[in-house]
Design a protein around this ligand. Structure first.
Ligand SMILES: Cc1cc2nc3c(=O)[nH]c(=O)nc-3n(C[C@H](O)[C@H](O)[C@H](O)COP(=O)(O)OP(=O)(O)OC[C@H]3O[C@@H](n4cnc5c(N)ncnc54)[C@H](O)[C@@H]3O)c2cc1C
Length: 483
């Protein structure tokens, strides 16, 4: 293969939320010649197993406001203030609830599909920044090296990308940005380059009860019928929790659907269960169809799940919720002409329990922007500052993932009940004695004015007070028995 060369100022690997948002803030800050390599064929390419919904809350909206696309988010997303959930029981009973608004003074959050959100960032680039940002789709970064070729004294970063599966192109950026997700090639390369004593770029793992759960996404048609005679159709802006007739842990499943703004958009039904569940053993579309037919007698399955979709679902790999993880190094400086920085899932990744994946990635971009602002775009100053200000919050975020709401998938009904008791206790105490007790971390993360470190400190303080009360009660009971 012939290798084409391309020297540029900034090269971003990954055109997901973190990559496109970073491209925009860098362009806004005056960086030019920014190239984004994205292995998918287009910005809003539909991948069934990645067709989940984001809830962009106040934390993520700090970046949205900065890049001035708040109007587009509200037009294309469903506001959390209008959020209704319909529970559909296996006997056909339906109950619609308006989910409580935690704090009416808090900014509305917006449900938006990943596809639509990435599409919005892409549109913004095409509209305002196309002279500064070049996005190359179908281009996969396949190798990163650092070398000085003898003539040059300073080491350079050399990135090789495979474009359209048939040609190789080489880039030599001043700044390489790794926004390439959980299996980041940029982070893995930095890890290889590090000496063996420092493991700054190696992921540290912090297990949680939801990690290892398996998921697949079933695609349903827009406005799919809820009844056999088709007289009642589903509504796009409504969330649904559809329960199966089976109640035993190996067969019971739920279809979870989050709201979408566009009434003509397909609906994604999330199925999340333990890896040994019966559904993962079904081999083809016919078996999947039979299982759904038996599981959901309340739904006209034949009309809403085509045999083709059942077949796709059966053979799709699906995915596994990752173990909460983060690395400790977010940047590397080779010399004054070669810098590397990491953002988003490339530095922290976890199950979707608290809906913080995209919000924390956008907050990383915000912090990078702030440090560039403070240092007047001086990368030697900005990148160490970015790492030192973001690392404590990243560690706190990963700890919150372990305790926030990991039992919500019904993987262990008793543990879920105990967790609910703890949750309700904290909620009630925080209302009665707000100076002593904080609301559960699940609610606190939605407050973008609190950093993840502050949220963790509040949650841990409440835990300590609860322990002291518990010990006190036990002592009183023991002494009353002895007395
Ligand atoms: C099942 C599931 C459900 C989730 N649900 C939620 C949720 O409800 N709310 C939420 O906030 N978050 C959720 N997340 C997490 C969320 O998707 C991520 O945290 C978020 O997308 C992070 O953005 P990112 O840009 O850092 O990484 P990604 O979104 O992973 O983007 C990385 C991009 O890099 C590209 N790429 C990777 N390697 C290369 C390469 N070598 N060359 C070129 N391109 C490359 C990929 O194609 C991708 O487009 C969920 C994740 C999963 C798995």
């Amino acid at each position: 293969m012939k290798i084409a060369e391309n020297d540029g100022q900034v090269l971003i690997i990954g055109g997901g939320p973190a990559g496109l948002a970073t491209a925009i803030i860098l362009a806004k800050r005056g960086f030019q010649n920014i190239t984004v390599l994205e292995k998918r064929p287009s910005a809003n390419y539909y991948e069934p197993d990645k067709s989940f919904n984001y809830l962009i809350d106040g934390r993520g909206q700090k970046l949205i406001d900065y890049i001035e696309i708040a109007d587009k988010l509200s037009q294309n997303g469903v506001s959390s203030t209008d959020f209704y959930l319909t529970k559909v029981e296996s006997n056909g009973n339906r109950k619609t609830l308006k989910l409580p608004i935690v704090d009416p003074n808090r900014k509305a959050a917006y449900w938006i599909t990943r596809q639509t959100f990435v599409g919005l960032l892409y549109e913004e680039i095409q509209h305002k920044w196309h002279n500064y940002i070049n996005i190359i789709f179908n281009s996969k970064c396949v190798g990163i090296t650092k070398n000085s070729d003898g003539k040059e004294k300073l080491e350079k970063i050399k990135v090789t990308a495979e474009i359209d599966n048939n040609k190789l192109q080489q880039f030599q950026p001043l700044l390489l940005v790794g926004c390439d997700g959980i299996n980041s090639i940029v982070r893995n390369t930095l890890n290889k380059w590090e000496d063996s004593l420092s493991s700054k770029f190696e992921m540290q793992y912090f297990p949680s009860p939801s990690s290892g759960l398996k998921y697949k996404i079933l695609t349903l048609p827009p406005k799919f019928p809820l009844t056999e005679n088709g007289d009642e159709l589903s509504t796009s802006e409504m969330a649904y929790a559809i329960r199966s007739v089976f109640k035993d842990k190996n067969n019971s499943i739920s279809l979870g659907l989050l709201p979408v703004k566009n009434p003509d958009e397909v609906r994604s039904a999330n199925i999340v269960t333990k890896p040994n569940h019966h559904i993962w053993k079904l081999k083809d579309g016919k078996e999947i169809h039979n299982f759904f037919n038996q599981s959901f007698p309340q739904l006209p399955i034949q009309k809403i799940v085509s045999l083709r979709e059942a077949e796709r679902f059966a053979v799709s790999q699906g995915g596994e919720f990752p173990i909460p993880q983060h690395c400790n190094g977010f940047y590397s400086k080779l010399n004054d002409e070669a810098f590397i920085v990491l953002l988003g899932d490339a530095i922290h990744s976890f199950p979707p329990d608290l809906g913080q994946g995209v919000n924390s990635a956008l907050e990383d971009v915000c912090i990078l922007n702030e440090t560039l602002e403070k240092s007047n775009n001086n990368l030697s100053e900005a990148l160490p500052l970015y790492e030192s200000s973001r690392l404590p919050d990243t560690k706190a975020l990963i700890r919150l993932m372990q305790v926030g709401y990991p039992w919500q998938y019904n993987q262990a009904p008793l543990r879920k009940k105990l967790w609910n008791v703890n949750f309700l206790l904290r909620l009630a105490l925080s209302k009665i004695l707000p100076f002593a007790f904080s609301p559960p971390a699940f609610f606190l993360v939605q407050n973008h004015q609190l950093s993840y470190s502050e949220i963790l400190a509040k949650a841990e303080r409440t835990t300590r007070i609860l322990y002291v009360i518990l010990v006190f009660i036990v002592l009183v009971l023991v002494s009353s028995r002895l007395g």
